[in-house]
Design a binder for this molecule. Structure first.
Ligand code: UDX
Length: 429
């Protein structure tokens, strides 16, 4: 199929590249020349496992290209995905201005396009957006009616950063929200080669499925962290408890890793957007609100643990290993490390930080701390070491900490093994 993708951010780039890999002809559209040039040179603006190789091979096969020209891209395709950004407003609700603009731009081209065209919302948008915002904007700009001149679908993504290519190519389900049957059939065909259950539903339901999935997962993390904070105070290892409850198939083993809370671009933002949407309907959310409150205090658990062990932090040197919100990414959005470093600096501690991928972005937020070329360099001479991201390379043994001035090792994500580093203590274990 011939596909165009509007917006080459994280989701758009992965979606477009993976659809090309599946044999489709894909045109990526962006308004930033530099991004378009980079992509056409086979360079991904973000780090994502396997993405750059896949991008390069599909550029070579001429199944993928990037352009600034939205008109050419839409006229030359049958399906257009909208994957532009949805930033948060002050109150946590999402700002739909880029979505609306994309819908109007698409509509303006569809005005001159013959034949049926399917527009698919891929960006995460609150329930009702595709039907009440996107569709009317396309109708107005195109002078055509949805379901006649063009069709509209909502197809949420469930991509984990770092594993986005794998999640796209081997999805556990595909959700197709359709405004009209015909457009749903087209998208169903597009996903024909992906071996996964397909759920066909309304656009509103598809939008809600995405939020509900993230809210549930965020709640699961919040719940295990609450149990974890309690376990810590009772001298119990939460990981053993997680294993014990995970065997109950109704609970399951996944997403039971306690620690310093969830970060990233999705969970915090999506739960806040759902809270704002909920309030708009007049329903005051109880649990959703507490998921956020719980998660905002969770990073500080490790700071407080450190303070209990080392009440006087002023003048001390703390090695901070791991700045990204999770391993295998350079993303620091909502990373617990931001809050923890801030708290340490306020106490007058000196920081020697290291992360395999996220130091450049962290430096923009905290230019004044010391960034080290390796974990060993950060650890050397430090009074305490905090491990904040579960990078595999942090799976150290005791001798790796020998250069510390004082061997206080605390971890916010479970990565060290007690048998290899007997002294380590975790935030919830
Ligand atoms: C998430 C969802 O998993 C994905 O389906 C959705 O489309 C986007 O949001 P992502 O944010 O990339 O993906 O990362 P994920 O691996 O889910 O982790 C999110 C955060 O939760 C990380 O900070 C991670 O460290 C934390 N986490 C995850 C825990 O604290 N405990 C867990 O058990 C799992």
């Amino acid at each position: 199929m011939k596909i165009s993708v509007i917006g080459t951010g994280y989701v758009g780039l992965v979606t477009g590249t993976c659809f090309a890999e599946a044999g489709n002809d894909v045109t990526l559209v962006d308004i930033i020349q530099e991004k378009v040039d980079k992509i056409n040179r086979g360079v991904t603006p973000i780090y994502e496992e396997g993405l750059e190789d896949m991008l390069k091979s599909n550029l070579e096969r001429k199944r993928l290209r990037a352009t600034l020209d939205i008109r050419e891209a839409i006229l030359g395709s049958e399906v257009t995905f909208i994957s532009v950004g949805t930033p948060s407003k002050e109150d946590g609700s999402i700002d739909l201005k880029y979505i609306e603009q994309a819908a109007r731009d698409i509509g303006a081209v569809l005005k001159d396009k013959e034949g049926y065209h399917v527009v698919v919302v891929k960006s995460t948008v609150v329930p009702g957006t595709t039907e009440d915002v996107v569709t009317p904007a396309i109708e107005e700009a195109s002078g055509k009616k949805a379901g006649e001149g063009f069709g509209v679908c909502m197809n949420p993504e469930f991509l984990k950063e770092g594993k986005a290519v794998e999640d796209f190519m081997k999805p556990d389900r595909i959700v197709i929200g359709q405004l009209d049957e015909r457009s749903g059939d087209v998208i169903n065909r597009l996903y024909g080669s992906f071996n996964a259950p397909i759920i066909r539903t309304t656009t509103r339901t598809a939008e809600m499925i995405k939020y509900a999935a993230n809210a549930f997962l965020a709640a699961k993390i919040g719940m295990i962290n609450e149990i974890g904070n309690l376990c810590k105070r009772l001298g119990i290892d939460t990981n053993e408890v997680a294993n014990g409850i995970g065997h109950d198939t109704r609970i399951g083993h996944q997403f039971l890793r306690s620690g310093i809370g969830f970060g990233g671009s999705c969970f915090p933002k999506d739960v806040k957007a759902l809270i704002a949407k909920s309030r708009e309907t007049g329903y005051e959310p109880v649990i959703l609100d507490h998921i956020i409150k719980m998660n905002e205090m969770q990073p500080l658990q490790i700071f407080e643990l450190l303070k209990r062990k080392m009440p006087q932090l002023s003048g001390k040197t703390i090695a901070v290993l791991g700045l990204a919100f999770k391993a295998d990414t350079d993303d620091i959005r909502e990373s617990p490390a931001l809050k923890i470093v801030d708290a340490l600096l306020k106490e007058g501690a000196g920081i020697r930080a290291y992360d395999p991928k996220a130091m450049d972005s962290f430096r923009k937020e905290f230019p004044g701390i010391t960034y080290c070329g390796s974990a060993a360099e950060a650890i050397s001479g430090s009074d305490a070491c905090l491990i904040l991201t579960d990078w595999k390379e942090f799976d150290f043994s005791d001798k790796d900490f020998e250069s510390m001035s004082n061997k206080l090792i605390l971890e916010g994500r479970k990565i060290l093994k007690k048998e290899k580093v007997p002294l380590v203590e975790g935030v919830c274990w």
